[in-house]
Write a protein of this length. Structure first.
Length: 585
């Protein structure tokens, strides 16, 4: 007996919008965005036409990592409001026909979470094993250099181990010292997380974006040992990733979570796993609906293409690399599994400054980049402000930065003589996470309409020109282009369902691909340069007559001879045509 065809889930033609609440909208003038602020701006999201809001963490937190360090999973942080504010927001989101997805941060908690407070209190506390505690390395006194249980570095600089004086043992923290890693080997940890997830679903939320979820299974020996990582030339620490990226029990843990939390609920929820370093082969397993793990993953390959050995060694993108990467992911998840599609989020620099031109061609390049991304097969994610073509922060001084990763990187690099201040600041200007965290630019009033107080991080001074109010009035704006792309996904089935064929893999300027579904074919073109570029696609004469569904530079001047007009700087076009159907028999 074959199993019935799986139903088409609601999110197949959905677009998700990420709200980073700290920087979205501040309702009470304390300079920090909050839930009432989000509620006050739902009109903007409804006009844009998005289906789902993913809310970055709003739980109680000491904010060492802007809320990704949670001290109470069932409370709203006072800086964001109250549970009642949350319920009001959720009801309003639902009333407008949208859904709300929560951020789930369970690789680690805050060190101020009661679980960790108990765990650190003594070596025989019942919660001791909820976290990764290890004695100093054999033969070295605790606190001495090299005494850490393994040589792993933390993502936020320094060792991944912190000595706790009270018991003389170290605890593991892959991120900040205030983000101890939970021990998922312990069944009670998993049960506590499942219970908490069900609590939020019962409250009415529609799914979870799961923070670094592919780090939860650590490769631990039967005797409890963890292994040193390789130290590459010039690195201060060993690379622990082979011991925790997609570790031995990751599929088991996600399958169990699905069974305990997701399966059997009356409404289908959305799960997306954030998975640094995930490969296409892993992603097929994670997102195969038959395996019941997650619906889609955030992969990192395309946002690493302009990095060298470290994320701080930035070099220009080669377009052929981007095409090779996306092409592989599109092919890999064509028949089993599903892609997520994103340029920006709260950890990445702004795409228009990164792969586009945030000067003369800001609007053109922002809309071209949006077109190329949104026409791939998968679920697109829009990060707040991306729909306005917001740019990098262009900070000049270290005291303008707030992000723990950026601030620690700068201090550590200076301390170890790894770079001169000017060069380090240049690296931060290109890749710091704060580039995406400056407040949303709502209008041309003081502080871009984000707050009546002093914003927790500087507003980008370009808000007088780049803001939502101006763009809503302007049909040619980046905002309206995003709105049209989202509308297209809702109205043209080929956008969500069509298969994908990459074209011009070797062309270093023009991105081109086909989508095809049910007798309709789309040709999508994007010029990644400031020069006029010819388009040498196969069957050009068939496309020369096709309908131009959406462009970002007005109608091109037709050219004779069945050719496609050359692309102007940063121009994008979507052509549509009917194709003869092959009839069986
Ligand atoms: O990020 C995980 C992650 O691996 C990186 O994207 C990280 O932001 C860092 O830049 C690596 O250089 C997630 C969250 O999205 C991020 O905001 C958190 O800081 C992190 O996990 C810890 O919770």
């Amino acid at each position: 007996m074959t199993s019935p065809a799986p139903e088409v889930p609601w999110w197949i033609d959905a677009v998700v919008y990420q709200v980073y609440p700290r920087s979205f909208a501040d309702s009470d003038g304390d300079g920090v965005g909050d839930l009432r602020g989000v509620a006050s701006r739902l009109d903007h999201l409804e006009r844009l036409g998005v289906d789902v809001i993913w809310l970055s963490p709003v739980y109680r937190s000491p904010h060492d990592d802007n809320g990704y360090d949670i001290s109470d999973y069932r409370a709203i942080d006072p800086s964001f409001g109250t549970l009642e504010d949350f319920d009001v927001l959720l009801a309003d989101v639902h009333a407008r026909g949208m859904r709300l997805v929560m951020d789930l941060v369970v690789n680690h908690t805050s060190d101020e979470h009661p679980w960790f407070v108990e765990s650190r209190s003594s070596t025989d506390n019942p919660k001791r094993d909820w976290y990764w505690w290890r004695p100093a390395r054999d033969g070295i006194a605790p606190g001495e250099p090299g005494a850490e249980p393994t040589n792993w570095g933390s993502f936020f600089s320094g060792s991944a181990w912190q000595l706790d004086e009270r018991t003389g043992e170290y605890y593991l923290h892959l991120f900040s010292r205030k983000q101890p890693d939970l021990n998922w080997e312990h069944p009670e940890v998993r049960r506590a997380v499942h219970e908490m997830m069900r609590w939020w679903l019962d409250r009415g939320v529609d799914g979870f974006r799961m923070d670094v979820i592919n780090f939860i299974s650590k490769d631990v020996g039967a005797d409890g040992s963890l292994t040193d990582g390789i130290v590459v030339d010039g690195a201060l620490y060993g690379d622990g990733r082979p011991s925790y990226v997609c570790g031995p029990r990751i599929h088991e843990f996600l399958h169990e979570m699905h069974r305990e939390v997701v399966a059997g609920r009356p409404d289908r929820i959305l799960t997306v796993g954030e998975m640094p370093e995930v490969t296409v082969e892993d992603a097929i397993l994670f997102t195969d609906p038959e395996r019941h793990e997650v619906d889609m993953v955030f992969q990192f390959e395309h946002v690493g293409l302009d990095h060298g050995a470290a994320k701080w060694d930035v070099h220009p993108l080669r377009l052929t690399d981007l095409k090779a990467s996306f092409g592989r992911w599109q092919a890999g998840l064509a028949s089993v599994g599903w892609n997520s599609l994103y340029w920006d989020n709260h950890d990445q620099p702004r795409i228009v400054s990164r792969f586009g031109d945030d000067g003369e061609y800001r609007e053109r390049s922002a809309t071209m980049l949006a077109t190329v991304l949104h026409l791939h097969r998968g679920t697109p994610y829009v990060y707040q402000g991306e729909e306005l073509g917001m740019t990098n922060a262009h900070f000049e001084r270290i005291d303008q930065y707030r992000d723990i990763e950026s601030v620690n990187f700068y201090a550590e690099a200076l301390e170890h003589g790894l770079g001169l201040p000017a060069a380090l600041l240049e690296a931060l200007r290109a890749v710091s996470r704060d580039n995406a965290r400056t407040p949303v630019q709502w209008d041309a009033s003081a502080n871009a309409g984000f707050t009546t107080g002093t914003p927790w991080i500087e507003v980008n001074p370009n808000y007088t020109e780049i803001n939502a109010a101006a763009q809503q009035e302007d049909p040619g704006s980046v905002f309206h282009h995003y709105r049209r792309l989202i509308e297209l996904r809702h109205t043209e089935p080929v956008v969500s369902l069509g298969d994908f064929t990459m074209l011009l893999a070797e062309d270093d300027a023009v991105y081109a691909f086909l989508r095809r579904w049910d007798g309709i074919e789309l040709l999508v073109l994007g010029n990644f340069t400031s020069q006029v570029r010819p388009v040498d696609v196969p069957d050009a004469h068939r496309w020369a007559e096709a309908e131009l569904l959406l462009g970002n530079a007005g109608d091109p001047t037709p050219v004779p001879g069945g050719r496609i007009p050359a692309l102007r700087p940063w121009e994008s076009r979507i052509y549509r045509r009917a194709v003869p159907q092959v009839v069986d028999g």
